[in-house]
Design a protein around this ligand. Structure first.
Ligand SMILES: Nc1ncnc2c1ncn2[C@@H]1O[C@H](COP(=O)(O)OP(=O)(O)OP(=O)(O)O)[C@@H](O)[C@H]1O
Ligand SMILES: [Mg+2]
Length: 235
């Protein structure tokens, strides 16, 4: 199953992707986390690992992909998780993590090649029954425009208690329905009062231990609410 986690900037996409991946791994599943956020470097610390090499280097780097964008399509040719070269993944507790690519330099160019590689890689990646992919996306809905969702089986829309986040989530649900993708909504960072404003499939309270772990760059601790989220799509 390929799961894509999306939502407004800062709503908790990376935290929720981490919690889902950890809960799946706890249940004995093999998980590949794909970081397709071209700007942030944060999801690795959530797992307590270092970032691997950008996967886009596998195809000769951004320029090569940009010049011949569909090289990406041929480059993968029905890969499995085990085929991903070692340099481009870090592994921990049944979880592998990879980064599609990051923008690191001034004037380096736009994120289009990263989106194209993510889309083509996801499309050609072959999964066994016990394998799950969790994609942590960049903020907003540009990835819908790039067609990254095409080969995903489930969209997880993370919503925080803010008007803008709720508006964007409505949009994500609308687009997902239009393209025939199952979507579940996860309200994150809520409390008893704010949760009343959001109708979601699952709720994660604002947890001080998560907040502090993120602040210190430490591993995100497992929480009970992850079980309920995973059960929404495993059963
Ligand atoms: N359930 C939670 N409880 C407390 N704090 C949280 C929770 N979820 C997220 N946070 C806080 O929100 C911050 C942003 O979370 P996260 O990095 O997962 O968001 P994001 O949507 O991935 O952001 P970006 O759009 O920048 O990628 C974290 O650094 C942490 O401080
Ligand atoms: Mg993030």
């Amino acid at each position: 199953m390929k799961i894509l986690v999306c939502g407004k900037g800062g709503c908790g996409k990376s935290v929720v992707a981490t919690l889902i991946a950890k809960e799946l791994a706890r249940r004995g599943k093999s998980v590949l986390v794909i970081d397709m956020d071209e700007s942030n470097f944060g999801i690795y610390k959530n797992f307590g690992v270092e970032q691997p090499k950008d996967f886009i280097q596998y195809l000769g780097g951004r320029k090569a992909v940009k010049e011949k964008i569909f090289q990406a399509r041929e480059g993968f040719n029905k890969m499995t998780i085990d085929d991903i070269p070692e340099d481009f993944v870090v592994s921990k507790d049944n979880i592998k993590i990879m980064a599609i690519g990051k923008i690191r330099e001034f004037g380096e160019g736009c994120a289009c090649p990263i989106g194209a590689v993510a889309r083509e890689f996801l499309k050609s990646l072959r999964l066994r029954d016990n394998e799950f992919v969790v994609v942590d996306t960049d903020a907003g809905i540009e990835h819908f425009g790039r067609g990254v969702e095409e080969s995903c089986d489930l969209i997880v829309a993370v919503v925080e208690p803010s008007y803008e986040s709720m508006q964007l989530t409505n949009k994500i649900v609308e687009i997902s329905n239009k393209i025939g993708k199952r979507v579940i909504t996860v309200a994150n960072k809520v409390d008893d009062e704010t949760s009343k404003f959001i109708k979601a499939d699952a709720y994660i309270p604002f947890k001080r231990e998560i907040y502090l772990a993120c602040l210190k760059g430490e591993e995100v601790p497992p929480i009970d609410e992850s079980k309920g989220i995973v059960e929404l799509f495993l059963t």
